[in-house]
Design a protein around this ligand. Structure first.
Ligand code: NIG
Ligand code: FE
Length: 421
């Protein structure tokens, strides 16, 4: 099956098979009158229209970009997409001045979603997750990292990860599962964080690893949640369980999470709103990707991560939604790009690379996805606007017109046309 995307006024993509840093982050290849050809789910040609037509037979299917801009589909390397209930009541409380942590301490926050998620069935969780995946796809995202973490007991953590596995089988979006059983201290262990850490290490992590339900592990390393020593204990045997490491690091307080992520050889250190200079230096000298989540700062009305300092220091910076019911309830990477540029000071080029190629690196997939290059998977978005600047310029609306996943048109003229694999 071959697909040809033609009629684009512009094609814009970062280039490479690993994360870009420094000036390279902002180096986006931009071409006019270029096409992309996909053969059996893989990009077979990216280049001038005339060269394609001279070298290749007619494609089985042609997608007319109709003057729109063609970009690699987004990769979202940090999401919490499985949950029940909603927490819009916390929105007003925060507007009146309560902090995220105040609300969590008074019975709201993560533990409120844990109560709702524990009470939800597999079928109910799968249905709401699939409808969130529809919105990821409609906004141009074809691959996400997906965390558990609203169960905080073995049975519900397994249920969440089984929902992620089922969604990955059924839905066009690719999901990369992460075990985040160390998201909070559950009510059964209130005041006994060490006892909960013991159970995670002895029982819950090994059980989930044995079932093959996760590729990676994550910990909410934060004052009042898991401190550095507890986080170290939680991640000490990640290798032997076959797991890569992500870390919620320096989100609300400067605890040294970035340094710990580097020490542990983590794939990514995420959030980093409160990262220190030492943390920035450590990240810059490492392969650990700095995943920034400006939606969370926007939604919690807290400071943005120091994106410019991280980029200028040479860190591999990526962007993600953090999609979750408490601190960033959005599936929209274009919204994140708007915040990354207008709020954090990245250029549009830097933001595009951070949301595609570097985001793929943050989940260890930059050799396969994240740019429009021959041999990569054909995961492609077509904007309604004529240049990639329309991603952020035409803000507050969905700028995506068509989406191609594995060489198949899954969103056409803003309509979801394929909801299964
Ligand atoms: O990434 N920081 C911890 N976890 C999420 C929030 C989860 C929630 O509030 O439900 C985050 O911000
Ligand atoms: Fe998160």
């Amino acid at each position: 099956m071959s697909l040809l995307i033609r009629g684009a006024s512009q094609l814009a993509t970062p280039l490479g098979r690993s994360a870009r840093r420094h000036g390279e982050l902002g180096r986006v290849a931009v071409h006019t009158d270029w096409v992309v050809r996909c053969d059996d789910g893989t990009i077979a040609f990216v280049g001038p229209t005339a060269e394609h037509d001279a070298r290749f037979p007619a494609a089985d299917l042609v997608l007319d970009a109709d003057g729109g801009c063609v970009i690699p589909a987004f990769v979202d390397p940090h999401t919490h997409p499985v949950w029940a209930g909603s927490r819009e009541g916390e929105f007003n409380r925060r507007l009146r001045g309560e902090s995220y942590m105040d609300i969590a301490r008074s019975g709201g926050g993560i533990n409120a979603t844990v109560r709702a998620t524990r009470a939800a069935s597999f079928e109910g969780l799968l249905a709401s997750t699939l409808s969130r995946l529809d919105r990821f796809l409609e906004h141009g995202t074809t691959t996400i990292e997906a965390k558990s973490g609203y169960g905080l007991d073995l049975a519900t953590e397994i249920r969440m990860l089984e929902v992620i596995a089922a969604a990955n089988r059924d839905h066009p979006v690719d999901l990369h599962p992460t075990c985040l059983a160390a998201h909070e201290v559950p009510p059964e262990h209130r005041g006994d964080t060490d006892g909960w850490v013991d159970r995670l290490v002895a029982e819950i992590h090994p059980n989930i690893a044995r079932r093959g339900l996760a590729e990676a592990v994550d910990v909410f390393c934060e004052q009042g949640v898991f401190d550095l020593d507890q986080t170290r204990r939680l991640l000490a045997d990640a290798d032997s369980l076959g797991w890569r490491v992500h870390l919620h690091a320096d989100e609300l307080t400067p605890l040294g999470g970035a340094e710990l992520a580097v020490e542990l050889g983590a794939l990514s250190a995420d959030h980093l709103m409160c990262v220190t200079e030492a943390g920035i230096d450590a990240l810059a000298g490492s392969e650990t990707v700095a995943v920034l989540l400006p939606g969370t700062s926007f939604f919690l009305r807290t400071a943005y991560a120091p994106a410019r300092r991280l980029v200028d220091a040479g860190c591999a910076v990526a962007l993600a939604t953090d999609c979750n019911p408490g601190s960033s309830p959005t599936e929209s990477m274009p919204a994140i790009l708007a915040l990354a540029t207008l709020g954090m000071g990245l250029s549009v080029e830097e933001a595009l690379t951070a949301a595609t190629l570097n985001a793929a690196a943050a989940i260890g997939r930059s050799a396969e996805i994240g740019s429009l290059e021959v041999g990569k998977r054909a995961d492609i978005a077509v904007l309604a606007g004529p240049s990639f600047h329309h991603l952020v310029y035409h803000y507050g609306v969905n700028p995506i017109r068509h989406v191609v996943k594995n060489g198949r048109v899954v969103v056409r003229d803003r309509q979801l046309v394929a909801r299964s694999r």
